[in-house]
Design a binder for this molecule. Structure first.
Ligand SMILES: Cc1cc2nc3c(=O)[nH]c(=O)nc-3n(C[C@H](O)[C@H](O)[C@H](O)COP(=O)(O)OP(=O)(O)OC[C@H]3O[C@@H](n4cnc5c(N)ncnc54)[C@H](O)[C@@H]3O)c2cc1C
Ligand SMILES: NC(=O)c1ccc[n+]([C@@H]2O[C@H](COP(=O)([O-])OP(=O)(O)OC[C@H]3O[C@@H](n4cnc5c(N)ncnc54)[C@H](OP(=O)(O)O)[C@@H]3O)[C@@H](O)[C@H]2O)c1
Length: 486
């Protein structure tokens, strides 16, 4: 299934109605919303570009036993349409596990199962996704001698080959990029960000019985999961969790607080003055950031207690938590070990210590700013190109300066709008509803097909390549090529 017949080769000068950059949960929810909100006869021409070779949800952190942090009812469809075929419950029914899942008595599936659910959804859109393709730039275009930008040229790389495609609308849904503490280099064989934990740690530490020295940095859910998992996988290793604060603290998912993740809370938050929004983000930070699910905190505490029981002297302890610690320096000893300079504060006394490790795992979170690089050529279309953020409306559409972009073209941002749309923006909480809002804003399903807004009836508009004019001029991207899917 899928909503565009892509089996035939694509003409080189076609224009997509929409290209979505990244095919994670945000874009997958959009694929589903398009399929369910727009009748087949009026389906727009859409393409999803994903740099991974297949749909996989945070593959580096699909740790055994790790659970979802959200009710399965907030899946990719239910809150928009509980009768959708893409609900988690329908997935369970199709996989013949509905009753067994009910017997588990939980709202929180394993992350492994939720990934399988999303892969099941994604498999239904194989004909409109190009995997293994990394988008590098989005360039505004004035096609057909228009007086304002009316298309976007999406540049990408697939297996070393450059691709370019035209689209009326672009959704940027690329997730976060790993954040590392300042003193650390962006790559070192002995330093691994939590997002690459599963793929890189087995290469770095090949002996499961090795007496390695391992540091885990951070006090959030990723750090706690990694600390617990790595110490179980390497029982003879000395594993230390370094945290800046006092202690691991639990995430607040209590019911009144959890209302900030209701779709209706997005409207309220968006209408709130910017200063007040910032204060609310700080007030509710412990719902999501630098916090750990209580169940896991209790498990870690239990493991530390058992060591204390067995060796009151502490000499043989394999697990340690060092609080009030921050990395201030780094030394590259060899490709087998590194040394970290750490600032400690103990009972008000500051000290600096140097520790050597065979592996440092940094679970220090993510930055959600990759759209800025991709959209750099479009920045001059903003009414104030010097602003730090790309301003977006409630419908997630970038607000370019008056008269700069045609009404039937635009760029939408997903997952990087926490400051305007609230803490749910980076999460799964509102995806089903948000995808519907984006589809509504782009395709206005009621007017599709009447030609008034420039959307096609399932066929790409043909634009002679020579009429395409690069907005940013003179950079040689005027000839547009597109080989369709790969
Ligand atoms: C380990 C972990 C567990 C989580 N668990 C939960 C949870 O239980 N509940 C919850 O609500 N939230 C959770 N989150 C938050 C998470 O952000 C969301 O679950 C969700 O992944 C957001 O979806 P997304 O599509 O916006 O971003 P992502 O899932 O990050 O997807 C972005 C996609 O874009 C692709 N991409 C990036 N750059 C490019 C490019 N230039 N060209 C092409 N493709 C590109 C990436 O490969 C990726 O597939 C978790 C986060 C992590 C790190
Ligand atoms: N099973 C799951 O569902 C699951 C698993 C993992 C992650 N997630 C989700 O993924 C998102 C990100 O979580 P995360 O744990 O990766 O990141 P996070 O919540 O942003 O936590 C980052 C941690 O790194 C610390 N840190 C940041 N910079 C540092 C520095 N320079 N030096 C030392 N410490 C530093 C922070 O310290 P401070 O506390 O001092 O600021 C914080 O404790 C969240 O939404 C989370 O819920 C979900």
């Amino acid at each position: 299934m899928g909503y565009y017949n892509s089996s035939s080769p694509q003409p080189s000068d076609e224009v997509y109605d929409l290209i979505c950059i990244g095919f994670g949960p945000s874009s997958l929810a959009i694929a589903i919303a398009i399929q369910e909100m727009i009748p087949e006869s009026r389906r727009p021409k859409v393409l999803f570009l994903e740099r991974q070779q297949q749909f996989i949800w945070h593959s580096g952190m699909l740790l055994p036993g790790s659970k979802m942090q959200i009710s399965f009812i907030k899946d990719l469809a239910t809150l928009r349409d509980p009768r959708s075929e893409f609900t988690f419950l329908n997935y369970l029914k199709e996989k013949n596990r509905l009753l067994d899942f009910i017997n588990l008595g939980t709202f929180l599936p394993l992350r492994e199962e939720y990934n399988d659910y999303m892969q099941w959804c994604a498999s239904k859109f194989d004909d409109v996704v190009s995997y293994g393709e990394t988008v590098t730039l989005v360039e505004p275009i004035k096609a057909n001698s228009a007086d304002r930008v009316n298309q976007f040229l999406v540049h990408s790389k697939v297996g070393g080959i450059e691709e370019r495609r035209l689209a009326k609308h672009v959704v940027v849904a690329v997730g976060g990029r790993p954040l590392l503490p300042k003193p650390l280099p962006s790559y070192h064989p002995r330093i691994v960000h939590s997002s690459q934990y599963s793929s890189r740690v087995p290469q770095a530490l090949s002996d499961a019985n090795g007496a390695y020295r391992i540091a885990v940095i951070g006090a959030g859910q990723s750090a706690a999961e990694v600390f617990s998992d790595v110490s179980a996988k390497y029982p003879n290793a000395n594993t230390t969790l370094f945290i800046r604060g006092d202690a691991l603290k639990p995430s607040d998912d209590s019911p009144f607080v959890n209302e900030i993740f209701n779709p209706s809370a997005t409207d309220k938050f968006f209408r709130t003055p910017a200063e007040e929004r910032q204060a609310q983000l700080v007030e509710n930070r412990a719902t999501n950031y630098s916090v750990v699910r209580l169940e896991l905190i209790e498990r870690i505490y239990h493991d530390l207690y058992v060591q204390r029981l067995r060796d009151p002297s502490g000499k043989s302890w394999k697990l340690n938590i060092q609080n009030h610690s921050e990395i201030t320096g780094f030394n590259d000893i060899s490709d087998k070990s590194v040394s970290l300079r750490m600032a400690h504060r103990d009972n008000g006394v500051d000290s600096v210590q140097t520790h050597e490790f065979d592996l440092v795992i940094v679970a220090t979170g993510y930055a959600r700013d990759m759209h800025k690089e991709l959209l750099a050529p479009a920045k001059e279309l903003l009414s104030d190109p010097e602003v730090e953020r790309f301003p977006v409306g409630r419908d997630y559409r970038v607000q370019f300066g008056e008269g700069k972009v045609s009404a039937d073209a635009g760029v939408y941002l997903q997952g990087c709008n926490e400051t305007t749309h609230g803490l749910s923006d980076t999460l799964l909480s509102v995806l089903a509803v948000r995808a519907g809002e984006v589809v509504d804003s782009i395709f206005k399903p009621t007017s599709i097909g009447n030609g008034a807004n420039g959307h096609s009836n399932g066929h790409a508009a043909k634009v002679p390549a020579k009429k395409v004019e690069s907005y940013s001029n003179g950079n040689g991207h005027n000839g547009v090529t597109s080989n369709g899917y790969h």
